[in-house]
Design a protein around this ligand. Sequence first.
Ligand code: THU
Length: 141
Amino acid sequence: MTSNRVVNASPPADLSAAACAAQAQAHCPYSNYAVGAAIRTASGAIYAGCNVENASYPEGTCAEAGAIAAMVLDGEREIVEVVVVTGGSTPGTPCGGCRQRLREFTGPDAVIYATTVDGVELAVTMADLLPASFGPEFLAH
Ligand code: THU
C-alpha cells in the first residue's frame, strides 16, 4: 500500500455517499464482500455501481464495471474521479481488470479513492494505479 503514490486529498463527500449507497445494494452472497463504486465525470455527473455476483462464479461483475456501464449508457465518456468503498480493514483497490476499464475513460491525473466503511482511505492517480498502461490513443490512426 505504501508503494502507491498517495494523493494528499480525502474523498469528496458526495461521491463517497453515492459509493456507500451503491455498496448497500451489492449482490455478494458468495464472497460477502460488498463493493460500491461512484464515478464523477467531467460534466459533474455521478454514476454508481455495485458488485453483482453469480452462482456461476466467473460471471460476477465488479462495482466499477457497473458504474462505467451506467456512465456510458448516459452518453458520458470522461471520468475525473472515482470512489470505491469496501468492507475489511484495508481499502480494496480496483482489481486489474477494473484498472483497465477505468483507464479507458480517464486521463493520467484522475484520482481513484479506495475507502473502507470504517473511513480508512487511500488515494492514487490513474497513472500510479496502472503504470505504463495501454489505452485508446494506441489505436488512434
Ligand atoms: N470486486 C469489485 O467489485 N471490484 C474490484 O475492483 C475488486 C473486486 C468484487 C468482485 C467480487 O464480487 C468481490 O469483490 C470479491 O472479489
